[in-house]
Ligand binder design. Structure first.
Ligand code: NAP
Ligand code: GDD
Length: 328
């Protein structure tokens, strides 16, 4: 009989790639989405008609619906991806950010422990938890030093997973994922903001791109590669925590140059910095060591920095060309 996977945050970047991946593996996928006033299922349109995909409404803030879904679904694997995931925004809405990440995870964990303790649980932890710790590369033993309400919340959820794993013998793992991007990346994260703006500038739909700190460095991988690592963690005999990263770091400026050079655009003509886009507390450099994941999970990132930047730009160019035709 096929396994059932429960995914919170299926409408997000990672949720959509993970659903693609698990459906290809023959899973029955129960995807949880919240009700919004407009349709926000673009990222899962490609699998909408798949008979093994079941979509249910829920909200991380709603304890009884979490409980009911766990009872009805009886999942073999639970992937907790839902969150208010924007670091800059977490400074503006810290309470909501903590509510979704800390209490949302807590609710899910409790329902899991009580109703389906033999299932396996994946928690979306983040490299943001290393914050302003200057030690690089970061590995599983690097001290956490969160530098935003988002990161503080992720540290708490991360600790809850470890606590439940040890206290109750649950198979609950955390993936400490470094930044991962794709053509499905949210439009307000810096890589997608750059590739979308470059495509629009190229087509004459926009003139300026405003950015914040260009010196921040990130270890950027491809989301499609990273969801495989999530699944691999749940196939191990023992639950554990793993860093998922490429082992390369690049500045925002380098990503910008890669995309603008590829597009044949001048940064001087089109890009300006805006102090409002700087963060109250920045994470200067993230660089992960994926050695443990390579050794234990036999996982390797396939898509590298340059290929990722070009893939995202080309996808945005295609999308913006369609948009331009639609308004002509
Ligand atoms: P994303 O695109 O922002 O997706 C977030 C998902 O969470 C969306 O489906 C969103 O639903 C859902 N959500 C937000 N608030 C909710 C609520 N109150 N109740 C129910 N669902 C809610 O994020 P992502 O990039 O896929 O990341 C997935 C997870 O990995 C997140 O937990 C993120 O913090 C973590 N993470 C991401 C990265 C990265 O680089 N991408 C790295 C490390 C960790 P709507 O579609 O309705 O908004
Ligand atoms: N969003 C954004 N917008 N970031 C900018 C901009 C801008 O206009 N200009 C410069 N940056 C810089 C930020 O200051 C940050 O240093 C870097 O670009 C990356 O920002 P984001 O793309 O917003 O990602 P993030 O690193 O803050 O967070 C992402 O990765 C985390 C893992 O490390 C998110 O996906 C988090 O959910 C995830 O946990």
């Amino acid at each position: 009989m096929s396994k059932t996977a429960l995914i919170t945050g299926i409408t997000g970047q990672d949720g959509s790639y993970l659903a693609d991946f698990l459906l290809r593996k023959g899973y029955r996928v129960v995807g949880l989405k919240r009700r919004t006033s407009s349709i926000c299922t673009d990222r899962i349109n490609n699998i909408y008609d798949n008979e093994n995909l079941i979509l249910k409404y829920y909200d991380l803030d709603d304890a009884s619906s979490t409980w009911n879904i766990m009872l009805e679904t009886q999942p073999d694997e639970i992937y907790n991806l839902a969150a208010q995931s924007h670091v800059r925004v977490s400074f503006d809405i810290p309470e909501y950010t903590l509510q979704t990440i800390v209490m949302g995870t807590m609710r899910l964990l409790n329902a899991y422990k009580t109703l389906v303790p033999d299932a396996r649980f994946y928690q979306a932890s983040s490299s943001e938890m290393f914050g302003d710790n200057p030690q690089v590369p970061q590995d599983e033993s690097t001290a956490l030093s969160p530098a935003s309400p988002y990161a503080c919340a992720k540290v708490c959820a991360h600790n809850l997973i470890r606590n439940y794993r040890v206290a109750y013998g649950l198979h609950a793992s955390s993936g400490i994922l470094f930044n991962h991007e794709s053509p499905r990346r949210g439009e307000t994260f810096v890589t997608r903001k750059i590739t979308q703006a470059a495509a629009r500038i190229k087509l004459g739909l926009q003139d300026k791109l405003y950015l914040g700190n260009l010196d921040a460095q990130r270890d950027w991988g491809f989301a499609g590669d990273y969801v495989e690592a999530m699944w691999l963690m749940l196939q191990q005999d023992k639950a554990d925590d793993y860093i998922i990263a490429t082992g390369e770091t690049h500045s925002v400026r380098e990503f910008l140059e890669e995309v603008f050079n590829h597009a044949g655009l001048s940064i001087d003509d089109h890009v300006e910095t805006d102090p409002r886009l700087f963060r109250p507390h920045e994470v200067p450099v993230l660089l992960g060591s994926p050695e443990k994941a390579k050794k234990v999970l036999k996982w390797e990132p396939k898509i590298k920095f340059q290929q990722l930047a070009h893939m995202m730009y080309e996808s945005d160019l295609e999308e913006q060309e369609k948009f331009k035709r639609s308004i002509q």
